[in-house]
Design a binder for this molecule. Structure first.
Ligand SMILES: [Cu+2]
Length: 331
């Protein structure tokens, strides 16, 4: 599973699609409906803002996976998650050192794995003003925020922008299964996403998945729009690349990547032995291009729209076929 082709077909996971799927089932579910809105937590407590700064590592929590290999579900019903924002230089392709804005000091940010009904207790410090050891060139400190597509919460409260040195804390219960993007929602949002501020939340169905697997991986597709720094600055002796705003607005990426690195999976394949069952959790965060994810040389035995088996219900079939805008997950 180490060869992927350029995306051409629509495979997007956005809140609009999730809302569409959530809405089209109204009135059609049986009384035992696990997604009964009457039993959902729709009024999480207000967010707290402080000037207490996190120190040390940039991401912490038993539900976090930092790379493609996905950890098993943490059984605790409350997931404490800390993800701080930081500016750093990342390598998006061999020799291309890009000035990035990050969640958890990496691009993509850490993957959060939870189950329907779990509570996420989230906190984040904007640490974009901290110097990076050994690096002289990073972007200037700026406002950042966190927008979870997996949440049902007031954006004005939870997703507000915080200044360098500030910490925001909030909690919410995950009500629907699927794979959801998270991203910085500070204007210009497109610029913050294209600079690296995104990641995935995987929400398992309340009853788990219907199949058992030997391995699980998360794959986040995204785009970079890079140009050599007009000021000719260097990063570690190599030319520094910065965001190309013209290409970004024209939707002309210079690099379309999986898990943050051009051809990264050719260099570091996702391992599996013959006969093993592998579940891939696939999310396209764009910000602008579509995806036609597949594995060369084989066929998935199961593909779940919106990354959950429940979205294949008869009530949603028409909408799902008209709006095939989901990420795909195989089990
Ligand atoms: Cu941001």
């Amino acid at each position: 599973m180490n060869a992927f082709r350029t995306p051409t077909r629509l495979v997007r996971s956005l809140a609009a699609a999730a809302l569409l799927l959530a809405g089209c089932d109204q009135g059609a579910r049986p009384p035992s409906d696990p997604y009964d809105v009457g039993k959902m937590d729709l009024k999480p407590a207000p967010a707290k803002l402080s000037s207490e700064r996190h120190k040390g590592v940039f991401a912490e929590g038993g539900s976090l996976s930092m790379g493609a290999e996905l950890k098993r579900l943490d059984p605790s019903p409350v997931k404490t998650v800390r993800v701080d924002t930081m500016h750093k230089i990342i390598e998006i392709a061999p020799g291309v050192k890009f000035s990035a804005w990050t969640f958890g000091d990496q691009v993509p940010g850490p993957t959060i794995r939870v189950r329907v009904g779990d509570k996420i207790k989230f906190s984040m410090t904007n640490r974009s003003d901290e110097p990076v050891p050994g690096v002289q060139v990073t972007a200037a400190p700026m406002m950042h925020s966190m927008d979870f597509h997996a949440a049902m919460a007031s954006p004005q409260d939870k997703y507000r922008s915080i200044a360098p040195g500030q910490t925001i804390e909030f909690e919410f219960t995950v009500n629907y299964p699927g794979i959801f993007m998270y991203h910085c929602g500070t204007p210009m949002i497109l610029e913050h996403i294209a600079s690296g501020m995104y990641g995935a939340v995987i929400v398992e169905p309340r009853a788990g998945y219907p199949t058992k697997v030997d391995r699980e991986y998360v794959i986040v597709q995204s785009e970079f729009y890079a140009k050599p720094d007009p000021g000719k600055r260097k990063a570690g002796g190599a030319p520094l690349y910065v965001l190309d705003g013209d290409r970004l607005r024209a939707s002309q990426p210079t690099h379309t990547v999986f898990n943050g690195m051009h051809n990264g999976m050719v260099k570091t394949p996702l391992a599996a032995k013959p006969g093993e069952r592998v579940r891939l959790h696939v999310l396209n965060v764009g910000p602008s291009k579509t995806s036609s994810f597949h594995v060369v040389g084989t066929i998935f035995d199961r593909v779940w729209i919106e990354a959950t088996p429940t979205t294949s219900s008869a009530a949603c079939r028409q909408s799902c076929s008209v709006h095939p805008t989901a990420p795909r997950s195989s089990s």
